[in-house]
Design a protein around this ligand. Structure first.
Ligand code: FAD
Ligand code: FES
Length: 336
């Protein structure tokens, strides 16, 4: 962390927590003011772990000691205006030194565009602009069986979450009471085996891992959502689902959870620019207790939402018009 050109703590104010719908839950942390560290960090390591997928450690003790499962950081290429906006990456793991001090944040990213493409070319000693921790993260609500459902790179928040839930690792300042789940399962799906990230750490932490690939090259042949019902049916504990991945996958997971009558949280990966609640590039439609809907910013009101409150794009009928029309004209929606 030597030669840090700038480093500052900034604060932002998030919306007050939204009331949860009956039978649901409110994943929002209730924090009105969040302190965000902003500075330049050094890359400590950057290794491929699967097809187009890399695991990167960045030295950043102020973020590493405070970040919790489900929170994220924004990164930019240091000293470059191109691309202008930051990119969001979820906490994968924090690294500690021999004395047990948190010193680094680990991120896992998949190459999909300009920033992730550049990240893949970088190595130890290269620098990034970074700000965080951001977002509400997952709550640590006491749970019998936590079922984590991941589509593609959406598995990244779940190592830290599963480890915390089982009491194997603790995160944040102050660290939350753990363990808070009796059993943790990860359902993880990819198109084909080459895209599957290594699962040894999940398994060593005591997480029960179930894989699905669309071509059947590893695990169940088919969609990851097909794994959910049998796992819930065979569980001897009350289940709670968390999901992260492509939105159609999360919408399908929410539908299954609703049918089974169990709570479901979704961590949204909306494109973001500031991560601080300023630009409104990340808005998501959520149901209100009144039956109407309104926009929430995924960066400060999420990224973790009650999946049953989200108005998934698949639920919006064509006659409701464009997002611009939505902004002008809030319409009433019915719970499915
Ligand atoms: C809270 C949060 C956590 C995230 N965590 C991770 C993570 O841990 N690892 C990871 O690899 N990615 C993660 N993402 C997604 C990542 O931020 C985007 O993929 C990012 O845009 C990549 O930047 P890029 O410059 O490489 O690609 P871009 O140039 O931004 O985009 C490349 C292509 O991907 C499309 N695209 C970009 N973002 C999204 C999106 N969110 N959903 C669908 N399509 C998109 C664009 O339309 C374009 O076609 C997260 C996003 C959020 C909001
Ligand atoms: S990313 Fe700017 S408001 Fe959410």
């Amino acid at each position: 962390m030597e030669n840090v050109p700038f480093c500052s703590d900034v604060s932002y104010r998030s919306n007050p927590p939204q009331p949860a719908e009956a039978g649901g839950e409110n994943p929002q942390s209730g924090q009105a003011i969040a302190r965000v560290w902003h500075g330049t960090v050094e890359i400590l390591s950057n290794q491929p772990v699967a097809q187009s997928t890399y695991r990167m450690a960045v030295g950043c003790p102020p973020v590493a000691e405070r970040i919790r499962p489900g929170q994220f950081v924004m990164v930019r290429l240091a000293g470059s205006m191109e691309p202008l906006f930051g990119r969001a990456l979820a906490l994968y793991e924090v690294l500690r030194d021999e004395a047990g001090q948190t010193v680094a944040v680990e991120l896992v990213y998949r190459v999909v565009g300009r920033v992730t493409g550049r990240l893949a070319e970088m190595g130890p000693g290269d620098r990034l602009e970074l700000w965080g921790p951001l977002g509400n993260g997952f709550p640590a609500d006491p749970t019998g069986h936590l079922v984590m459902v991941a589509g593609g790179i959406g598995f990244t928040p779940f190592l830290a979450l599963g480890q915390e839930a089982l009491g194997r690792r603790r995160y944040g300042l102050p660290a939350r009471p753990a363990p808070w789940a009796r059993k943790v399962t990860l359902c993880y799906g990819e198109p084909t085996a080459a895209w599957l990230a290594p699962m040894e750490e999940f398994q060593q932490a005591g997480i029960d891992v179930h894989l699905a690939t669309e071509d059947g090259s590893a695990g169940h042949r088919g969609l990851v959502t097909e794994l959910i019902e049998p796992i819930v049916a065979q569980s001897d504990q009350p289940c709670r689902i968390v999901c992260c991945g492509p939105e159609p996958m999360m919408a399908a997971t929410a539908q299954i959870a609703r049918r089974l009558g169990i709570p479901c949280l979704a961590s949204l990966e909306r494109p973001m620019a500031c991560g601080l609640g300023i630009c409104f590039s990340c808005v998501v439609r959520v149901r209100l207790p009144t039956g109407d809907w309104d926009y929430r910013r995924a960066c400060v009101d999420g990224p973790v939402f009650d999946a049953h409150q989200i108005l998934w794009d698949t639920e919006i009928s064509l006659d409701q018009g464009s997002p611009v029309a939505h902004a002008r004209d809030r319409r009433s929606v019915e719970n499915p």
